[in-house]
Design a protein around this ligand. Structure first.
Ligand code: F6R
Length: 613
């Protein structure tokens, strides 16, 4: 997850930024840099690798001045290198930017800017931002208005921070979607900004947060906040406690809520360094997959527990559809007792947030014993499931603290989508046009997530209606069937309400007998290839007096006409839709549990990492 730190005031910005970036190291990164203003000139230092390398670089070749901005980067566009590290200067050398997120329309913008004669110095999408700002400044606008025009022009969920040598009295920051947070720290005659509180906690306890589509003009003595459209906003000032746990929770009441809201960022990060949008290709280096082996694979068995297993069920549809390799999903606690039919021509793919789940590790051992290639998709870096695998995909989503898994559910959905494309590419089973289209769709993900999470208030209203129910049914079909399982699991584990996930088509074979006026039925009915089937399920539930809460695609009047409540999601390419439809269900479970006053982050009887059988 990229980290950003900014400082404006009388002190030298360099140590403040370097210390702040150090506190953001937990987010993970592969390069770092900073820029400060010194005697009217912008000075930059940046490097690939760890922050210590940047510090060494600065020690050898010191810079000082203020204001200043710094950044730790997790590569999305272009390899980790000094050239691609942030900050990025414009052509005049007078404007500099750091950025977190993906500029979805960067290829179009790059073409337009290149046609204007601009020569790009890096492979990043970020560089388009600084050139656009300079384009508007050249037309006569000041930094703030040029930045505002640029923010309106770039698509996607992005955090952008800019400064200009010609306007040394300000730093401009914007949170365009939910691509990570922006916290503004209030000092005396100096101000700070960062991606997260720990970066500035040693300097101030008084903070404000930028919401989506807000920008701030940060001066030494004042911070002006407005929407990107120019409407003034007065954000609340929070006084944060020095307690590091509270500080880490930031503006959220619980880690689970924070982690739900981190998903635009988490999914950007899980793609980082792996998606080549220009060539329409996927790189998964840690998988160490050769073309020869990719062509030989006869079957993939996915094994995992709980939420991770439901992620695997979505993966089955993706890998079978895109790579045309047969996939089965086996719950890890059953795998080693089932005398599994698996061998050297097969892959056993384990999915695990912690990488330490005993059942999952035991399944991996059994797979190894039978000669299968072991792959894992893991969040906890260095965990056993990562170490014992022949190849792995790291989720790269940062620590997940809430016991109920959220971002470690959506990240492996994207990882498996990438894996499916990579496999298909190596096996030669995907034509170039389709492959490029599938890869291009990944660009949409952070913004779709961000737009869905912005609808939390609507979800909360429905949570108030459902807070006292005793049972709840979740129905889904096709690629969204596992989302019914996952939605039900989220509700039961944190709210202690009995909930069942069911493949909607199975209702008529028994469970439909349960439906009456006291049974809420959550129907996951986005516009995917199973939409018509879900419509008929909604009708059947309504005919039996059930209260239907539908997850539906914006503008779907058919569903709106039938359901009692609708949780809307933006239109999404169907193979990516589970990463979106699950979001309202995570928020619904969270709000129901929180309204019931329960310990959301540490529900009874549960542990974050289940290291026993
Ligand atoms: C549910 C949940 C669990 C885990 C399961 C596997 O919210 O978190 O169902 O998904 O215990 O854990 P990992 O992914 O660590 O192997």
């Amino acid at each position: 997850m990229c980290g950003i730190v900014g400082y404006i005031g009388p002190r030298d910005a360099t140590p403040i930024i370097l210390n702040g970036l150090k506190r953001l190291e937990y987010r993970g990164y592969d390069s770092a840099g900073l820029a400060v203003l010194n005697n009217g000139q912008l000075e930059l230092r940046k490097d690939a690798g760890k922050l210590s390398q940047l510090v060494e670089h600065v020690n050898k070749s010191p810079i000082q001045g203020a204001p200043g901005i710094g950044h730790t980067r997790w590569a999305t566009h272009g390899v980790p290198s000094a050239r691609n590290a942030h900050p990025h200067l414009g052509q005049t050398g007078r404007v500099v930017v750091v950025h977190n997120g993906i500029v979805e329309n960067f290829l179009e913008l790059k073409d337009e800017l290149t046609a204007e004669g601009i020569e790009f110095q890096s492979d990043t999408d970020t560089e388009t931002i600084v050139h656009l700002v300079e384009h508007y400044m050249a037309a006569g606008l000041g930094l703030v208005e040029a930045a505002r025009q640029t923010f309106q022009h770039i698509q996607g969920a992005n955090v952008v921070v800019l400064m200009s040598a010609d306007e040394p009295d300000k730093i401009v920051a914007a949170r365009i979607g939910n691509a990570g947070g922006v916290v503004l720290g209030l000092g005396e005659g100096e101000n700070f900004l960062a991606s997260d509180i720990p970066a500035i906690m040693e300097h101030t306890q008084r903070v404000m947060y930028l919401e989506a589509r807000q920008m701030a003009v940060v001066g030494r003595d004042q911070i002006q906040v407005e929407t990107i459209e120019g409407v003034p906003v007065k954000p609340q000032v929070h006084v944060v406690s020095w307690d590091p746990v509270t500080a880490e929770k930031g503006e959220y009441r619980h880690f689970m809520q924070k982690e739900i809201h981190e998903q635009a960022q988490a999914l950007t990060d899980t793609m980082a360094g792996r998606v080549d949008f220009a060539r329409g290709q996927i790189r998964l280096n840690d998988l160490k997959l050769t073309q020869e082996f990719a062509k030989r694979i006869e079957k993939i068995t996915i094994t995992a527990c709980g939420t991770a297993a439901y992620a695997g069920m979505v993966g089955k549809t993706l890998i079978e559809k895109i790579a045309r390799i047969p996939v089965e999903v086996v719950i890890a606690s059953e795998f080693r007792y089932s005398d599994p039919i698996i061998g050297p021509q097969d892959v056993l793919l384990a999915i695990s947030q912690s990488g330490e789940t005993a059942d999952t590790l035991a399944a991996m051992e059994e797979g190894k014993r039978k000669g299968a290639a072991l792959w894992s998709i893991v969040n906890a870096i260095g965990s056993q499931a990562m170490r014992i695998a022949d190849g792995f995909i790291s989720m790269q989503t940062g620590p997940e603290i809430g016991v109920a898994s959220t971002k470690a559910f959506t990240a492996p959905l994207i990882d498996q989508y990438m894996l499916a494309i990579h496999l298909a590419d190596l096996r030669g089973t995907l034509d170039e046009k389709t492959r490029r289209a599938l890869v291009a769709d990944l660009r949409l993900v952070p913004d779709l997530v961000s737009r869905t999470l912005e609808r939390e208030a609507e979800v909360e209203k429905i949570a108030y209606r459902l807070k006292d129910v005793h049972d709840c049914l979740y129905l889904g079909r096709g690629i969204n069937m596992p989302i019914a399982y996952e939605g039900a699991l989220k509700l039961k584990e944190i709210s202690y309400i009995h909930a069942e996930g069911y493949p909607a088509g199975e209702m008529k074979h028994g469970p439909i007998a349960l439906i009456d006026a006291s049974m809420p039925v959550v129907c996951i009915a986005p516009k995917d290839p199973w939409h018509a089937k879900m419509i008929s399920q909604i009708q059947q539930a309504k005919a039996r007096g059930g209260t239907v809460i539908a997850i539906a695609t914006d503008g779907d009047e058919l569903v709106q006409g039938m359901a009692d409540y609708v949780l809307w999601v933006p239109e999404t390419p169907w193979m990516l839709s589970p990463a979106i439809t699950v979001l309202p269900l995570q928020m619904l479970a969270y709000h129901i549990a929180s309204i019931r006053g329960l310990d959301v982050d540490q529900p009874r009887n549960l542990a974050k990492s289940v290291t026993v059988e």
